[in-house]
Design a protein around this ligand. Structure first.
Ligand SMILES: NC(=O)c1ccc[n+]([C@@H]2O[C@H](COP(=O)([O-])OP(=O)(O)OC[C@H]3O[C@@H](n4cnc5c(N)ncnc54)[C@H](OP(=O)(O)O)[C@@H]3O)[C@@H](O)[C@H]2O)c1
Length: 289
């Protein structure tokens, strides 16, 4: 049973996920959203001061350098934001008695040989900076604030952008390309737990009361990214010839970021699979199907 009217602080308030969580929950919970101007979480004292003033029951830490390429380009900066910043939030949460919900990533799984859906307790050997930093941040947060729930988010989408500044998602990118009659290509050897952000937010409310620990948090999916996009175009009745399979990417070793659902299911959280979540998203907007 979910408590109503909780006092929640959400970092990265102007970002893709946080902006939607705030919009969805603003009438149900007492929410303080902090952008960079209100709380630069790379500053430890600022975290203590702001979280100490607000005194939330829960801090949801969405702020990050979320662009994998940006982390490769400037790993020092992304370490400060993604690892040190997350730990600062965890320390301040512990100090002020708030539980922490940390947004981690399925990219922690990119780099090992597992071809089945990944389990939370398997050995991780992330091959990109972003994945390495998220893995370290999970551990640092759980050490600094043992009452942390770290959620490994998958690649999320929505059917529209809330502002032009916001980063694209799979569906907004495809829709943009289709509107410009531009050719698009997606890999056939890429398997990911692609998830509608609205469904993630619905389950997030239940996740607020999960026992501390690490959880996969995205839709099951056995279709390649190429096949998901093809299904999306077919749902919309759009010209599928614009879509070209990319047969080269990950051909030597398929990329598998699919996430096992068993732990979440044990705690009563059941994500729809990617195709169903895609249909749910399109229905929200009265788009096809
Ligand atoms: N979106 C996905 O599909 C996805 C998938 C897996 C995991 N995740 C994780 O989920 C979380 C949310 O993702 P998202 O897509 O919502 O990210 P996003 O749109 O990039 O938002 C991140 C926010 O963090 C803010 N930020 C960065 N550094 C900051 C600092 N030092 N102090 C305060 N704010 C700072 C950014 O502000 P500025 O704009 O001012 O820089 C931005 O508003 C992230 O941890 C991400 O790694 C996301």
């Amino acid at each position: 049973m979910q408590e109503e009217n909780m006092k929640i602080l959400i970092t990265g308030a102007g970002g893709f996920a946080a902006a939607r969580i705030i919009a969805a929950w603003k009438d149900r919970h007492e929410i303080t959203g902090t952008g960079r101007a209100q709380l630069n979480f790379t500053n430890k004292e600022e975290c203590l001061r702001v979280i100490g003033q607000v005194r939330p029951q829960i801090v949801i830490h969405c702020g990050a350098v979320s662009d994998v390429g940006a982390c490769d380009k400037d790993p020092g900066h992304s370490y400060l934001v993604n690892v040190t910043g997350a730990e600062n939030i965890a320390l301040a949460s512990r100090e002020t008695g708030a539980r922490m919900i940390f947004f981690s990533s399925d990219q922690v799984y990119f780099g090992n040989d597992v071809q089945e859906p990944h389990r939370e307790d398997e050995l991780l050997t992330p091959c990109r900076i972003y994945g390495k930093q998220k893995q370290e941040a999970e551990q640092r947060c759980l050490t600094a604030q043992p009452d942390t729930v770290a959620l490994r988010m998958s690649w999320m989408f929505d059917n529209k952008k809330l502002s032009p500044r916001e980063h694209d998602t799979l569906i907004t990118s495809v829709r943009q390309a289709v509107s410009e009659k531009r050719r698009i290509t997606y890999p056939i050897h890429d398997y990911r737990s692609i998830t509608y952000v609205g469904e993630m937010i619905r389950h997030l409310e239940t996740a607020l009361t999960l026992p501390p620990g690490i959880y996969n948090f995205g839709s099951p999916n056995d279709l390649s990214t190429y096949h998901i996009v093809r299904e999306f175009l077919s749902f919309q009745g759009t010209d599928e010839t614009l879509l070209v399979p990319n047969k080269e990417a990950f051909a030597a070793s398929p990329r598998n970021l699919r996430m096992d659902q068993e732990k979440l299911l044990r705690h009563g959280i059941c994500f729809s699979d990617t195709l169903q979540t895609l249909k749910n998203c399109l229905q929200q907007d009265n788009m096809k199907p």
